[in-house]
Design a protein around this ligand. Structure first.
Ligand code: SF4
Length: 260
């Protein structure tokens, strides 16, 4: 979606694929191939950055490792005694609480920084007019942090930052990618986000289930609080039982006649 919008604004675009964060390497390849297919369809170029997961492990992963000690999404690792600190037993009420956002934000900031610095340096070297980012289309990212890091990286490289909050287009982007039959990943990219993605999906599923059960209980309560409705239900049940009984008697008589 961001590529379409940028072109509609009159920009001649090239996509730089800077994703040393993605693990495992097969997933990195899969997403790259998908992007290349889409770019060929839309008629824009893709440049691949250096895939350097070791650099990401050195720069960003240590922040993620320290986060594991706190995040409810990593409760299992915590329970296995990976830290001496005591986890909170509070049940998270929201996805943000589950993922312990403030700390996760630090890790994602470092991740954005690394990739946007690489993209901005490449853009400056290739004499591009400016840099935008498709990261800003996802409602699951820290949009304000992305904006700050894009401006920071561009100022450092001496190019223009073109930030736009594309989140309002997320649903449309999702719909288009489904219609095109494109691969849709279910985690952001890094090895931490694999577990966070799974925890988030399980959390949302559990919340939906709890809401459904609460609605059913409310309905039942409302029905039993209404004596007229309860009487109507009992009458309907008695009628259905009487009809079934009648049918069984008639069936028995028919079978008896056939036998005579
Ligand atoms: S969740 Fe996404 S943005 Fe955050 S550190 Fe992992 S790959 Fe980077």
């Amino acid at each position: 979606m961001p590529t379409t919008l940028l072109r509609e604004e009159g920009h001649d675009i090239t996509v730089f694929y800077a994703n040393s964060n993605i693990a495992p390497a097969s997933e990195y390849e899969r997403r790259l191939v998908e992007l290349q297919k889409y770019a060929a369809m839309q008629g824009f170029d893709v440049i691949e950055g250096t895939y350097d997961p070791d650099a990401w492990e050195k720069t960003v992963a240590p922040i993620g490792e320290s986060l594991k000690r706190y995040s409810p999404a990593f409760g299992a690792a915590f329970a296995q005694g990976s830290s001496s600190e005591t986890p909170s037993n509070d049940v998270p009420a929201t996805v943000a609480e589950l993922l312990d956002d403030e700390r996760r934000k630090e890790r994602c900031r470092a991740c954005y920084r690394m990739r946007l610095e690489e993209a901005a340096a490449m853009a400056a070297e290739g004499s591009y007019e400016g840099l935008a980012t498709t990261l800003a289309v996802s409602p699951y990212q820290f949009t304000e942090v992305i904006r700050e890091e894009l401006h920071r990286a561009c100022a450092q490289a001496g190019i223009a930052a073109h930030f736009e909050d594309y989140r309002p287009y997320y649903d449309e982007a999702t719909r288009i990618s489904r219609e095109l039959g494109m691969y849709r990943q279910n985690y952001c990219g890094c090895r931490f986000s694999v577990q966070e993605g799974a925890a988030t999906r399980a959390f949302i599923k559990q919340q939906r289930k709890a809401k459904k059960a609460a609605r059913a209980a409310e309905r039942l309560q409302a029905q039993s609080a209404d004596p007229q409705a309860a009487r109507a239900r009992a009458q309907k049940k008695a009628y259905a039982e009487a009809q079934a009984k009648k049918k069984a008697i008639l069936k028995g008589l028919r079978e008896k006649r056939k036998g005579d």
